[in-house]
Ligand binder design. Structure first.
Ligand SMILES: [Zn+2]
Length: 273
């Protein structure tokens, strides 16, 4: 018998028994056991404590989740509805992107140009927004977003407030970040959440500063399609980015990170002398 967990469904908002949901979907390369590192331990990865590099998880405490990454986010109705309405189409896209990466074998920061035939853009967009509501503990207090996801046909989506960008990634690091506000000297405050797991990463921006040009490909216009619309979708210019840390907005290569650490150590030694 599985354990019974009751709580507030992140989508419909009702208090009900919740069912386990994979984020990203299980058949989108999320079926292998994952080690869930508690926050105190993950700090060691972020601070480089005891000379640890950000991708070196060896010896960290954490329990193994045999099922893959996910959690108890949705009630069984919302889980099965979003699964059949949106997630199956998202899985199809992810599997196609896996083939694209295998065929093109792009390098870090390369931009790729390809077209995927017969996609249902609105379904894919709603799958991604559902995952962002899952990991952010609800629909950001936004009733219209809740309605957009609960009514599969709805096109009422606030594109002024929310925007979603996609990029390709080769893994193996997974980065699932709930909303964080990053203060950037060039564009100001950036509020973003990210779900990144081979072969694709998605970043949600809330009230994205006009001056910010994200690295990924903007797919927010997918929200304008009708539920049953089937289109050939161009992914022109989608970049391949590297994920080596748990920091939001950090797409540095391992080389760049090591050089950055060496530089800061050098500066520290200079200060001390
Ligand atoms: Zn629900």
């Amino acid at each position: 018998m599985g354990k019974r967990i009751e709580g507030k469904c992140k989508l419909c908002g009702q208090v009900k028994p919740l069912t386990f949901e994979h984020v990203p979907p299980e058949s989108a390369f999320n079926s292998l056991p994952v080690r869930e590192i508690p926050f105190e331990e993950s700090i060691k990865l972020m601070t480089g404590e005891d000379g640890r590099l950000p991708w070196d998880m060896e010896g960290l405490k954490g329990k193994l989740n045999q099922r893959g990454g996910g959690g108890y986010f949705l009630c069984s109705d919302c889980n099965s509805n979003t699964g059949s309405w949106y997630i199956s189409e998202y899985v199809r896209l992810v599997r196609t992107l896996h083939e694209v990466i295998s065929n093109l074998n792009p390098n870090t920061n390369d931009r790729c140009y390809f077209e995927v035939e017969k996609l249902h853009p609105l379904q894919i967009f709603k799958a991604i927004m559902t995952m962002f509501c899952d990991i952010n503990n609800g629909c950001f207090g936004d009733e219209s977003l809740r309605e957009f996801l609960l009514n599969k046909e709805s096109n009422v989506f606030n594109k002024e407030k929310y925007s979603v960008y996609l990029y390709l990634t080769k893994g193996p690091m997974v980065r699932i970040n709930s909303l964080a506000a990053i203060c950037r000297s060039d564009v100001g405050i950036v509020i973003q959440s990210e779900i990144s797991r081979y072969p694709v990463g998605a970043v949600l921006y809330i009230d994205k500063p006009k001056a910010l040009t994200p690295l990924g490909l903007d797919i927010t216009q997918f929200a304008d399609c009708k539920y049953s619309d089937e289109c050939n979708v161009s992914f022109y210019g989608i970049p391949l980015l590297e994920i080596n840390t748990q920091f939001p907005d950090d797409y540095r290569s391992k080389d760049e990170i090591v050089k950055g650490i060496e530089l800061s150590q050098k500066e520290k030694t200079l200060e001390e002398n």
